[in-house]
Design a protein around this ligand. Structure first.
Ligand SMILES: [Zn+2]
Length: 437
């Protein structure tokens, strides 16, 4: 058994549990009264011969106690589903946090899988994002929220007492019905007024000349009243808002004459886009719902493989780093870049590996001085009826990272759900040393 710190038995009691996880007298399995202090918030490796007790210390003692203490902290209701956990055989353990254990498993998966995706941590992340993730619209960046009767009534009751307001909803018409029929149905339901062209009107009044009406200008006046900060008012507006959401099929408008109107919707919607609500399935790439539509959850697509296009990264563009442009017939794609590179500060003699990310990118996107590789391959695609272009194209085809999900295999809108400004795909793509927050 070798550990990061070895200690005199008596000095153990003086250590600060905020800095160390302190295990005293562990006797689980074959451990013989082992005492150890492990620095907190560090990556600590436990190594040793097979059978020396690494797992007994890490899993059966430390993890077991972390798990047990965490479960103890839950409500008795939650605990009944988890079963009783035995305290490991040890004098004491101090400074333990809630623990997560990842088992060692033989994995036959893609060697490019990250720690983030191959381990069960991903299962916890899915759950975390499904529960506390918030969805942000990619258009405005504002949070997507579903309005509820409660939140709309809260909005109303936040107004000063005495504020007059109207609760409205759009008139939803059925295709086969005329506007006249719709208005008559409203009358039968007990409504008497609508807003037409911004003004309240009696329905009967509008029915006198129905042929002149335009339906998109009609809103149903569900209720109008005065804000009072008492329970009766709260109940009354709750009823009205609920009715408005029902009649308006999810839309409700609160209008305060002279101040303006505020629209509410109980759909999970923002900027005209209907969003998926966070759920575990939304973050699961191996089911059709959560999988990226472009690559169907494989993370790779058949495309142009950059490693085949630029096989030798120690060459400069001038020396022929771009393989398909080396041939005599394709030189015409390279020449403008060599000739005009200086005009946009492109170092044609620098090796590819030393180019900045932007410089590497411009080789693909091109600019006003030369056509990039993307255009070049589009050109080849358009000429595939000729055998030599087809052969050339096939030479550079390979399985490449899906451009849509960047290899994360998740559908694009999964990335709209964020915790602390980070999406689950941000976390999966993040190198492990930055993943500590
Ligand atoms: Zn994809």
């Amino acid at each position: 058994m070798s550990t990061s710190i070895s200690l005199e038995q008596n000095s153990l009691d003086q250590l600060d549990p905020k800095e160390y996880i302190i295990i005293k007298g562990a006797r689980v399995n074959n451990l013989k009264n082992l005492s150890v202090a492990i620095p907190r918030n560090k990556l600590v490796v436990v190594t040793g011969l097979s059978g020396s007790g690494k797992s007994s210390l890490a899993f059966d003692t430390l993890f077991a106690e972390g798990q047990r203490m965490y479960v103890e902290s839950l409500s008795s209701y939650a605990r009944q589903f988890l079963g009783r956990m035995e305290k490991p055989e040890v004098d004491y353990i101090k400074g333990v946090s809630p623990a997560i254990a990842i088992e060692q498993k033989v994995s036959t998966r893609n060697p490019r899988s990250t720690v983030g995706t191959t381990t069960e941590i991903y299962d916890y992340l899915k759950l975390l994002f499904a529960r506390i993730g918030r969805t942000y619209s990619p258009i405005s960046g504002s949070e997507v929220q579903r309005d509820s009767v409660t939140s709309i009534v809260e909005f109303i009751l936040a107004k000063e007492e005495g504020t007059k307001l109207m609760i409205l909803c759009p008139l939803i018409t059925k295709d086969e019905r005329s506007l006249e029929e719709e208005l008559n149905i409203l009358l039968q339901k007990g409504y008497t007024r609508v807003i037409y062209s911004g003004q309240p009107h009696f329905i009967e009044e509008l029915l006198e000349k129905p042929q002149e009406l335009k339906e998109e200008e009609i809103e149903i006046l569900i209720d109008r009243g005065v804000v009072q900060h008492d329970e009766d008012t709260q109940f009354r507006f709750s009823d009205s808002v609920q009715t408005a959401l029902f009649e308006g099929q999810g839309d409700c408008i609160v209008e305060i004459p002279g101040e303006g109107r505020t629209s509410f919707s109980d759909r999970f919607e923002a900027d005209g886009i209907l969003f998926e609500e966070p759920s575990v399935n939304l973050f699961t790439f191996n089911n059709p719902f959560g999988a990226c539509k472009r690559c169907e959850g494989f993370g790779k697509i058949l495309g142009i493989d950059p490693d085949l296009v630029i096989p030798d990264k120690t060459l400069s563009v001038y020396d022929g780093a771009i393989a398909p442009w080396r041939s005599e017939t394709m030189r015409k794609w390279l020449d403008p870049l060599l000739k005009h590179g200086i005009e946009f500060d492109f170092p044609i003699h620098r090796t590819y590996s030393e180019l900045s990310a932007e410089e590497q990118e411009v080789l693909w996107t091109g600019n006003k001085y030369f056509k990039g590789l993307n255009k070049f391959f589009e050109y080849l695609e358009s000429k595939t009826h000729k055998i030599q272009y087809r052969v050339m194209l096939s030479r550079y085809r390979g399985r490449t990272n899906c451009p849509e999900c960047k290899g994360t295999r998740l559908r694009g809108d999964a990335a709209y759900v964020k915790i602390n400004k980070k999406s689950i795909t941000d976390l999966v793509l993040m190198p492990i040393d930055r993943l500590t927050a």
